[in-house]
Design a protein around this ligand. Structure first.
Ligand code: URA
Length: 433
């Protein structure tokens, strides 16, 4: 087989066989096929697309390029959740103990944040003492005992995806549905999930800005999952403004705890209940989505979800007293109000800009090597649909540096206002099965 023939075949719109896809991915991972040939191949896929069978083969070729996590020692159906990335998305921290309290085993592998979006591991590390460095056998034991453990990304998972993603990044081939879908699904499958619930974001702060693109991506991922024997579904959720009110690590942990106490912002609660219901249902812990939702509401109301959170924090060396005393979480030295300079109703909050503003305060990483400040971030006091008068605080900066003029300007720029009423945006646009 010659790589040049495969590039030509895809360029001309033909379907590649399993063997051909394996040849390309295995050869590239080993270094036998050069970057320029894979770059041409990725561009051919970008223009010619892939069939469902090709997408599934590409996914499996990437899964098999490295280690695969074996979760078979964990009892029950292991359901993973994946979000395509948003600003203020602290869902995992609330959702994991929530579904675990209903009996769903959550064996979660999470990552760190980069750029304007945060990572679950960074957020959890805002809890004093919390460690994600646990070995595989401890991880399995903790999930069997407490129904929940979170570990940092370990081992050599999907090296082909890592190499291909870096190449796509510099060859204008990131934004391709078959390539994104197989990239995301390869990581989920390599991490051992039996079933997968996807949260595909759409809007100004999302990877997929347009609803129809988000739907296409969701459909592509659900098809790949199903054709590889994993029960998979997706919801499409809004990222036209950040989720909840907080952006920044300790601030987001606090908000997730509030949600588990039955308090906190409505959008976060609704998203957790929607995603959670599907996770509980796919894990066969409920007879219907409605039944699953009721079970989740019950464990919030009776405190069982909060108890799972405390046990989980303690098991991973964190201080569980932060659940009852969130003031023990790292706190910034200064709180600076960002004031509106006009009146109107908030009509948009560009989530990426708020994410970047939080990053400039130190809540996120500009580069992989950047050091982050777990205490800092932004609290949004006004969201879409809220009325504002000049001088009202639209947001509060939690900062350890008083020199924040640039950040204030960026937050103000992120907000748009209109005269008259503006409805609250739809939170869940669609479900894909
Ligand atoms: N996220 C991924 O993991 N892969 C992509 O290709 C794009 C976004």
């Amino acid at each position: 087989m010659r790589m040049v023939d495969l590039i030509e075949k895809k360029r001309d719109g033909y379907e590649l066989s399993k063997e051909e896809i394996r040849f390309a991915i295995e050869g590239y991972t080993k270094g036998d096929i050069p970057d320029y040939q894979l770059a041409a191949f990725a561009m051919a896929i970008y223009f010619q697309d892939m069939t469902t069978a090709e997408r599934a083969e590409l996914t499996m070729a990437m899964v098999e390029s490295g280690d695969q996590i074996d979760l078979s020692a964990i009892k029950g159906v292991k359901v993973d959740k994946h979000s395509t990335g948003g600003v203020g998305d602290k869902t995992t921290i609330a959702l994991a103990p929530l579904v675990a309290a209903v009996g769903v085993p959550v064996a979660k592998m999470s990552g760190r944040g980069l750029g304007h979006t945060g990572g679950t591991i960074d957020k959890l590390e805002a809890i004093p003492g919390f460690s994600v460095e646990i070995d595989t056998s401890e991880f399995t034991q903790l999930v069997n005992k407490n129904k929940l453990a979170v570990v940092g990304q370990t081992g050599n998972l999907t090296p082909a995806d890592k190499k291909l993603y870096s190449l796509r990044d510099v060859t204008a081939t990131v934004n391709s549905i078959p390539l994104i879908a197989s990239s995301i699904m390869s990581k989920k499958i390599a991490s051992g999930a039996d079933a997968i619930v996807l949260d595909v974001k759409t809007g100004s702060g999302a990877f997929m800005k347009q609803l129809d693109q988000a739907k296409q991506l969701a459909e592509a991922m659900v098809e790949i999952g199903k054709s590889l024997g994993r029960d998979t579904m997706a919801i499409i959720s809004d990222m036209n403004q950040p989720l909840g009110q907080t952006i920044g690590n300790a601030l987001e942990v606090k908000e997730a705890i509030e949600m588990l106490k039955g308090e906190g912002p409505e959008d976060l609660r609704e998203l957790c209940l929607t995603l959670g219901s599907h996770m509980v249902y796919l894990a066969k812990q409920a007879s219907s989505i409605e039944d699953a939702r009721q079970k989740l509401e019950d464990v919030i109301a009776n405190g069982a979800a909060l108890k799972v959170l405390k046990t989980f924090i303690q098991a991973q060396n964190g201080d569980p007293s932060i659940v009852d005393h969130p003031e023990k979480l790292p706190e910034a030295n200064f709180k600076i109000e960002v004031k509106a300079n006009q009146s109107g109703t908030v009509s948009a909050i560009v989530a990426d800009k708020i994410g970047t503003a939080a990053m400039l305060l130190g809540a996120g990483r500009a580069t992989k090597e950047s050091h982050i400040d777990l205490a800092v971030g932004i609290v949004l006091n006004k969201k879409i649909g809220d009325l504002v008068s000049p001088g009202d605080s639209i947001a509060t900066l939690h900062t350890n540096n008083e020199n924040v003029k640039k950040v204030i300007d960026m937050v103000i720029e992120a907000y748009s206002f209109l005269d008259g009423e503006v409805g609250k945006p739809t939170l869940i646009y669609d479900e894909i099965h």
